[in-house]
Design a protein around this ligand. Structure first.
Ligand code: SF4
Length: 321
């Protein structure tokens, strides 16, 4: 569901927005989050340590024990916050504002917000890097298909594009299936327009989803909706490679059949080959192919989300993988 101002809502660790909620009263503003993503999303700040009542400034906390049974303990005085944080996190992720989120950006390395590789201090004295922050754990348990990423990884163009593709995809699939009036014919259309995007991420999931839709009449609406979201988000979680993208581009070119001249087809093939060899970014063959699709009587390919899975202002698909 889009938010009240129609922007997609994305949760963010508060300190990344520049809010002074860290243990020392400071913040960890992340310019990519505040300057780029804020234009496209309504960012919803959550600071678990402040909201659980630790106060600011506060004594630092860390994970202690083992990754499977990590406890959240203050570094100097040894106060154990585990139960309070777990109770708070379970309650917080059940609040309606979090159910509206379509993505989440977490602060790395935090014993509360870190998604992976958080330090856990065990008996050996050498911290292992296999912990998960207690709030992050509750978040992904409650929303297994919510796209979640740490801020540092968003500096990588490929990971950033992957995260944003999942956010916009999650928004589209939830907007469609959350409407109680959705129909099977509508789902068939939704699936058809996403076919090439799904293929570019995961041919296996694309095939499974096609089969799910084909046997839709044997399933209840709830089973169908649950199975579709699960398959859709599992597909988008897989990384598209130049090989998979090139195959999709060739499929689309094949679909154009006699709609383009041999010379134009030759040009497109050459650009797809350049892309496959990582000489040009994906935006180059996509733009050329889209130009040939435009204005021709090929609605099936013209309407493919693959051509524009996110706003072009985000400048994605301009990197060479
Ligand atoms: S990492 Fe999480 S808990 Fe720590 S200050 Fe930032 S928002 Fe608060």
């Amino acid at each position: 569901m889009a938010s009240r101002n129609d922007k997609i809502r994305v949760g963010v660790s508060s300190c990344l927005l520049g809010l002074e909620v860290r243990f020392d009263g400071g913040h960890k503003r992340d310019r990519r989050v505040t300057d780029v993503l804020a234009h496209h999303f309504e960012l919803v700040p959550v600071c678990p340590e402040v909201e659980v009542g630790m106060g600011t400034p506060r004594e630092t906390v860390r994970l202690v024990g083992s990754a499977a049974e990590a406890r959240l303990v203050t570094t100097r005085s040894g106060v154990d916050w585990t139960e309070r944080m777990e109770r708070y996190a379970t309650w917080r992720v059940a609040q309606p504002d979090l159910a509206e989120l379509r993505g989440y950006i977490l602060k790395s390395d935090s014993p509360s917000c870190g998604l992976e590789r958080v330090r856990v201090h065990g008996a050996s004295g050498i911290p292992s890097r296999d912990g998960v922050g207690l709030f992050a754990r509750a978040l992904v348990k409650r929303f297994p298909w919510l796209p979640v990423e740490e801020e540092g990884r968003l500096n990588d163009a490929v990971l950033r594009e992957s995260f944003l593709t999942r956010v916009f995809g999650y928004q589209r699939v939830r907007a469609f299936l959350d409407d109680p009036a959705w129909t099977l014919a509508g789902l068939v259309r939704f699936h058809a327009t996403h076919k090439y995007l799904l293929l570019a991420h995961s041919p296996r999931h694309a095939k499974d989803l096609g089969q799910l839709v084909a046997r839709a009449k044997t399933l209840s609406r709830e089973e169908l909706a649950r199975g579709y979201v699960e398959g859709f988000m599992s597909a988008l979680a897989e990384k598209p490679t130049p090989g998979k993208n090139a195959n999709v581009l060739l499929h689309i070119l094949g679909y154009l059949g006699g709609h383009i001249t041999d010379a134009d087809r030759h040009d497109v093939l050459a650009v797809i080959d350049d892309y496959r060899r990582r000489l040009v970014p994906l935006s180059v063959p996509v733009t050329l192919l889209r130009h040939h699709v435009k204005g021709r009587d090929v609605p099936y390919v013209r309407d493919q989300v693959f051509f524009a899975p996110h706003p072009k202002e985000l400048g994605l698909r301009n990197h060479v993988a």
